[in-house]
Write a protein that binds this ligand. Structure first.
Ligand code: SF4
Ligand code: SF4
Length: 432
């Protein structure tokens, strides 16, 4: 694609990077066929190629973002299906990140939109505030069908009840069972530990049982993805730096073989810290080192020998591949291979490449599109016909579980809960 940035514009390393990405696009449009929003809405501007043109024009003119550009970029899920499809390896992920940061700086959103985004950016990364908000939401939940748009969507996503903090989510060190093979640090996430504390508990058990010492680092927190996808660069960088410092301390205190992440949305983010902070001389190398140590829990377990307890009558698993796992980290086969090794029959739904509509805060900010994507996903999952649905990302887990009527449909669990069960842990709560 031809671009026309001025020399002065290209002196900005962020514009230079965007220019290099744009120039790789050959306008072929292959990406549109696998873009969930294009598939649903059929508008060129709601597909990757159209969005690429919008971002190019916006950055080249250097003028404030327009409402039209914002509408179509806001509708992008950042699912990265287009990145998997693109034959020219166009780095759409970093281009849309640039577009979002530019929009955040130059576009005055309506007050209600601004307030909602501010609220989400403040509450979701803080487990204490999020837990408090969910307690409040549990009371208002019966009204969810009466409230319009985003308010109703928020309440519908809130669980009927919320538990207290789990003992695993405090800073501490869990010794390996038997001979220590690895020393790892687990990101215990922000929203996940509130919404489904069993996932971190299962992860710690699974790792310890397979010879890992597990450190929950003092001072680490949200990976930064939630604010990053809203274009709030400074906040995302601050959260990334806090995590880097926390993990560096763990490494200095006794070595660190891996940073283990059990929410693929967070994994995609932390693996990208090197790129995020590449222009910050004080942080670039440190961020690269931490990103290089980061692994999804399934990558770590592929390195260890899964010690399966043979069992009969295991449920058939329908595996939902989260976009951040499949397109963001290119981990397609590993989770399924582990589940099969653990003794489960694994099925996959049709249209596995299409997003379920969760996408961080997307199901709150774009509830109508998210609902249509979820309905499509649920139909495909039902057709696959498994007894239980497994996925490796909390956002998808909540989104898919919410697509079935209460008491109907299969349980939706994290892959790690099934691996923990098959290797000696308790049966996941939803399966009892
Ligand atoms: S990231 Fe997903 S929604 Fe956004 S343009 Fe690419 S395929 Fe479409
Ligand atoms: S598939 Fe790649 S090269 Fe083709 S239009 Fe999409 S982004 Fe551009």
């Amino acid at each position: 694609m031809q671009t026309s940035f001025t020399i002065a514009q290209l002196a900005d390393p962020e514009i230079g990077a965007a220019n290099a990405i744009l120039r790789k696009c050959v306008h072929c449009g292959f990406c549109t066929a696998t873009c969930p929003t294009y598939v649903l809405l059929g508008d060129e501007l709601d597909g990757p190629r159209g969005r690429i043109y919008l971002i190019k024009d916006m950055l080249e003119t250097g003028k404030p973002a327009t409402a039209k550009v914002v509408k179509h970029i806001d509708r992008c899920l950042s699912c990265l299906s287009c990145v998997t499809t693109c034959p020219a390896s166009v780095d759409y992920m970093h281009l849309v990140d640039r577009g979002r940061a530019y929009i955040d700086r130059t576009f005055a959103r309506p007050l209600a939109d601004r307030l909602l985004r501010r609220l989400l950016a403040m509450v979701l990364p803080s487990p204490a505030l999020f837990r408090l908000a969910l307690f409040g939401a549990a009371f208002a939940r019966p009204l969810r069908r009466l409230l319009p748009g985003r308010l109703g969507a928020m309440l519908a996503l809130a669980p009927a009840s919320v538990g207290g903090p789990s003992a695993v989510d405090r800073p501490q060190v869990f010794a390996a069972e038997g001979k220590r093979l690895k020393r790892v640090s687990m990101l215990n996430g922000c929203a996940q530990q509130v919404l489904r504390s069993e996932i971190n508990e299962a992860t710690v058990r699974l790792l310890r049982r397979h010879g890992c010492e597990v450190v929950i680092a003092e001072g680490h927190g949200c990976c930064g993805a939630l604010v990053h996808h809203m274009g709030k660069e400074h906040e995302a960088h601050a959260q990334a730096k806090a995590n880097i410092e926390a993990w560096e301390k763990v490494a200095a205190a006794g070595g660190l073989d891996a940073i283990v992440i059990n929410a693929s949305g967070c994994g995609t983010m932390v693996k990208d810290y090197g790129w995020m902070l590449r222009n910050d001389p004080a942080w670039a190398e440190r961020a690269k080192r931490i990103a290089g140590l980061t692994k999804d829990i399934t990558e770590v377990m592929m390195d260890l020998n899964l010690n399966v307890h043979p069992a009969r009558g295991l449920p058939v698993v329908t595996y939902h591949s989260a976009c951040s796992m499949r397109h963001g980290q290119k981990l397609v086969e590993q989770p399924k291979a582990l589940l099969r090794k653990a003794g489960f029959e694994v099925r996959e739904p049709n249209e596995a490449h299409l997003c379920c509509g969760s996408a961080g805060t997307y199901n709150i900010l774009q509830p109508a599109i998210a609902e249509r994507l979820r309905a499509r996903k649920i139909e495909n999952l039902k057709r696959a016909g498994g007894d239980v649905i497994a996925t490796g990302n909390i956002g998808c887990l909540v989104q898919i579980a919410g697509g079935f009527k209460a008491g109907e449909g299969p349980a939706v669990v994290h892959t790690v809960e099934l691996l923990d069960w098959a290797t000696g842990g308790p049966k996941p709560a939803g399966l009892n």
